[in-house]
Structures are given as C-alpha cells and as structure tokens.
Design a protein around this ligand. Sequence first.
Ligand code: ADP
Length: 355
Amino acid sequence: KFQNPRAKANNNIGSNNNGNGGQRPHQNNGRQAVPQGNSNSSSNNKTGNDEDDELPEELQGLDKELVNKIESEIIDDGVPITFDDIAGLRDAKQTVMELVCWPLKRPDLFTGLRRGPNGLLLFGPPGTGKTLIGKAIAYESGATFFSISASSLTSKWIGEGEKLVRTLFAVAAYREPSVVFLDEIDSLLTQRKADENEASRRIKTEFLVQLDGTGTKGRVLAIGATNRPSELDDAARRRFVKRLYIPLPEPEDREILLRTLLKKNKHRLSDKEIAKISKDKTNGFSGADLKALCTDAALGPIRQLGMRALEIAAEDVPPISYVHFKHALKGMNPSVAQSDLDAYLVFNQTYGSKA
Ligand code: ADP
C-alpha cells in the first residue's frame, strides 16, 4: 500500500495543502509542501487525510515511489536565497528578474508575445553563483525549487533516469510555478559520443521532449547550469532560449562578498586590508574560491592556539587578521584558467543573450 514517507510532516503531494510556514512567498498554487513544524493546516487538505495514500488526480499513472523520491530528494525546500544574498552579478539579476521571475509570478500579464521563456541556460566558471541564482529565481517567484545534477541520472538514478525525468517534469507542472534546476547539464546534453550507451541516449531524448513541453502543462522554468557550455549540442542549446553568462566577480564584488563573509566572525582587518585582499590578492578568484579563502583564514586564529583551542572560551578566540589571510593565500590559486575564461567569452559572443 502506498505510504508517503513525508505524510506525517504534512509535506507530501497527496496532502495538497496550502500552508507556507514563511519559507517561500505565497504565489504558488497551494500544492506546495508545508515545512515541518507547521502541520496544523489539514483543513486545507484536498482529501482531509494526511496519510493519503493516493496520488492526486493530475499525477495518476505515475510511479508513486518515484514521486516520493522526487518530493524528498529533489525538491529543495532548504534555506531560501534572495537576490540580495548574491554579491555582484547586477545585470544578470536584473535580467532574470524581468525575464523569468515576473512571468512566473504574473502569468496573466505575461501572455502571448510577453510570455517568458521556458528554458534558461546559466553558463560560466564553477563557483560563480549559478546555483544561487537558480535558488533566488525560485524564491523570488514563489516557485517550488527542484534541483538535480544531470550526472546523477546516469549514476545515482541508474536504471530509472528516463522515467525520473518524465515524472520530475510532471510533478513540477503539478506544483506550479516551478523551477527545475539541472546542474552539470553538459554531462547529459552533450554532443553524441561514440561510446554513448542506450540508457543515456534515452534519458537525453526524454529530456529534450520534456524541455519542449515545459510551460504547456504548468508554469515550469527549466534552468540548465554548466561550466562547459561548448559541449552542449545544437538541439540542447536551442531549448534554452535565453543563455546568460555568469562571470567571475569583479574586484568590487569580491570586496562586497569578502565583507559579507567576514561578518560571520570576529576580525580586525582594516578597510585598507580588505581592499588589498579583494582588489590585489584575489584576481581571478570565483565566489567559491573567496569563500574557501575566508574559511581557511578564519581557521588561522584556532590553529595559532594549538591544543589550547580546546579549552578556551569562544569569546577569547583572537580575531581573524591580515596575517591569517596572507597565510591562507599562500596555498591558493584561482580555480579557473585564463584559457577557460577566453572560451566562455567566445561562447557568450556567439550564443549568449544580453544581460
Ligand atoms: P556554481 O556557479 O558552481 O553553481 P554556486 O552558486 O554553487 O556556484 O556557488 C558556490 C558557493 O560560492 C556559494 O554557496 C557561495 O558560498 C559562494 N558564491 C559564489 N558566487 C557567489 C556570489 N556571487 N555571491 C555570494 N556567494 C557566492
């Protein structure tokens, strides 16, 4: 007998209620999961039964277990990300706000020629905020966020990849508005290789079919993210009508990010030192590189204490200082090569959409 594992948290598709719990805005169609701890809204429940063991009508015919797995493993209802949490990338944020968030929020206004795109490609070096943008789009649009790495379809979801893709898009349409974030999209929608096996080929075909169908059954935006955009084949590229370059942060954006990260711990870096680190010492660093640098520097005071660290009161830990950054910088280089950056620019000039 079908038993939804999340039914107790009133967090399952079958319960179909309307709570929000402050996690995401209220624009969704009421088919959104209710976060744990806010499970007293069974009056909104379509069936009035939290332990509902039937899939809703719209999802009948789908594999219930797979629907449950999507609910628990692919729908991301973790900490919301807003555009303000993302340093820099002003143009990209502005573009996605107008291009995709508004249409997802107000489909009644964005019809006909104004209709938003169903597919958005975010490309650029790793660690520059592509995933953050995907999450922020979902949050700012009040959409359910589905997140899956394309490479997991042929590894983790082996044997059920094709069915999973079909089911995923059906659940996304049911939970509209939805954002389906497909990380490492190049690993799936790549130009055909001689050693491509039948299973991968079928998953890829199903993907293209689903991408064609997005938006016809519900407000679903598919976002593909890739560090290797040139590996996408023509058919895949065409499905992502809008293609936005997410570049490395500019020096001033690195400073904003550095300041944000430093807020989390006690430090005694002067403005001049912060400017020096962000403007001179971290050329070519991605947001993720900067975070790794700050993490390492933040461990500096603890390392200095040695075994004493285990006994010291938290408020007595010395502040992070410039010397800790100098030390951390010794072991770090930007993770993206110049030649890769040049290739992104070429792709952007050839296929990119204006931010
Ligand atoms: P990717 O482009 O590979 O999807 P992510 O969005 O996953 O990169 O970013 C990885 C981590 O790097 C984030 O969790 C965040 O800590 C940091 N980061 C990267 N870019 C930014 C940014 N523009 N603003 C704030 N944090 C960022």
